[in-house]
Design a protein around this ligand. Structure first.
Ligand code: HEC
Ligand code: HEC
Length: 205
């Protein structure tokens, strides 16, 4: 808990973000639809939705993939393409997906799992050193636009599980913000992660 608190204090508020042009972005995403769908809804539970995601967050993650700081086997298929794009192109792609309507998923109706997910998401577990997720991702999971904290509502369940485990193991480590999530996920059990993923997948306002 102490480590986590000191880490969140170090988070520097980002500078003003320059928005991209979604119409231009639409012309740059043909290679992405095979996995992320025409409108940014992932075609598999393991592939993230990009629709309605925070624009600044999308931009930053694409820059991490472009530079090789964030790595994923499936995303390597588009790395050569990302490398020829300018920062402006990447902003436009981020704007294109941010503009789409986010997904509404349905949580598995397992009472015990839902209770655990809801409790951890909204309140965390102080004794186990788990902060509340809603503090940064908001109560309905839309994230925080100004801070560039990503939305998690309706996100694909398989992806939520794998990415939380990747933060926990330290494997997902691109950029300063990843350290926040490494500290957040440090004390989560596999069961906690399953419960949180189920809850976030079904979250909407
Ligand atoms: C072959 C499948 C595939 C293709 C094609 C693909 N992606 Fe991905 N993408 C993935 C997977 C899988 C992940 C999750 C990576 C991880 O777990 O770290 C991902 C992650 C992302 C993320 C990070 C999402 C998040 O919530 O952090 C962004 C942004 C992204 N992709 C954009 C794109 C764009 C833009 C293109 C086209 C230029 C593209 N992807 C093409 C499979 C793909
Ligand atoms: C202090 C703020 C903060 C708290 C508390 C927090 N998060 Fe995060 N979260 C972030 C930031 C910032 C990122 C972006 C990290 C990066 O760039 O890799 C993030 C990223 C994520 C992602 C990845 C999103 C994606 O599309 O890849 C998930 C999933 C997530 N958080 C879930 C949670 C859960 C579950 C909790 C509660 C147990 C939680 N977060 C608590 C700030 C926070």
């Amino acid at each position: 808990m102490i480590a986590f608190q000191s880490m969140t204090k170090e988070v520097v508020m980002p500078e003003e973000f320059i928005a991209g042009n979604p119409q231009k972005g639409a012309e740059l995403v043909a290679d992405c639809a095979a996995c992320h769908g025409q409108n940014g809804i992932g075609l598999s539970s393991d592939w993230p939705n990009l629709a309605g995601q925070n624009q600044k967050y999308l931009y930053e993650q694409l820059k991490y993939f472009q530079s090789g700081q964030r790595e994923n086997v499936l995303m390597t298929t588009v790395i050569d393409y990302l490398k020829i794009l300018s920062d402006e192109d990447i902003r436009d792609i981020a704007a294109f997906y941010a503009d789409k309507s986010s997904n509404i998923g349905a949580a598995k109706n397992d009472e015990e799992l839902l209770a655990l997910g809801s409790q951890l998401y909204k309140a965390g577990d102080f004794k186990r050193g788990i902060p509340s997720c809603s503090a940064c991702h908001s109560i309905y999971g839309q994230g925080n636009n100004q801070a560039g904290f990503p939305a998690v509502n309706g996100q694909q369940k398989g992806y939520l599980v794998s990415t939380l485990k990747a933060y926990r193991s330290g494997q997902r480590n691109a950029g300063e913000y990843s350290k926040v999530m490494q500290a957040v996920s440090m004390n989560l059990t596999d069961r906690d992660i399953e419960a949180l993923a189920n809850y976030m997948h079904g979250l909407y306002e």
